[in-house]
Design a protein around this ligand. Structure first.
Ligand SMILES: [Zn+2]
Length: 178
């Protein structure tokens, strides 16, 4: 009998559903909404797609009134996407310098940046992707290609900066992907 009482028909999909399939609401027979959770979610998705600028405004308002949550959220996003972000930055820089041959795919380069972030977490020191032959140098122009990438500690990279020792032939890539 109890089960029977807890069944409600959704106004949208017209299916008899358990009360738990509806979000709670201050009024109504069972103190739940007339449209089921799934239908509401679908409606909201359609609405969002149709009103992108309204959604953006809502997001901005939410950020303004929840600064701490908003910061935490972007920190979380950042730690997840740091590798991607770095890969994009490096790509932009290399593109500006015309250092990326057109046969190089993002999927060839991105793993180095993801791995640098992973290694940083693992080792507890900041690791960075470095161009063995610098992209900008008076004597040579390195390329943004896998064979010219190595993962080295940030400190070492800053020290190395743009220095390049001529006549030293690098034997392949010393820091290959794990
Ligand atoms: Zn429904």
């Amino acid at each position: 009998m109890k089960n029977f009482i807890n069944v409600k028909v959704c106004r949208k999909c017209e299916l008899p559903l358990n009360i738990n399939d509806f979000s709670s609401h201050s009024s109504g027979k069972f103190k739940v909404r007339s449209v089921c959770k799934l239908c509401s979610a679908i409606d909201y998705k359609i609405y969002r797609a149709a009103n992108p600028e309204k959604e953006l405004l809502k997001l901005q308002n939410w950020r303004a009134s929840n600064p701490e949550k908003s910061r935490q959220q972007s920190r979380d996003w950042d730690s997840k996407n740091r590798g991607r972000r770095k890969a994009i930055k490096a790509k932009r820089r290399a593109n500006l310098l015309n250092a990326t041959p057109n046969w190089v795919k993002d999927s060839d380069l991105d793993p180095y940046y993801f791995q640098a972030v992973e290694l940083s977490h693992f080792l507890g020191i900041s690791m960075e992707v470095d161009h063995i032959h610098p992209l900008t140098h008076d004597d040579i122009c390195g390329l943004h290609i896998p064979a010219n990438l190595q993962i080295i500690p940030l400190k070492q990279n800053r020290k190395k900066s743009n220095k390049f020792t001529p006549y030293v032939e690098s034997e392949g890539n010393p820091n290959i992907l794990l």
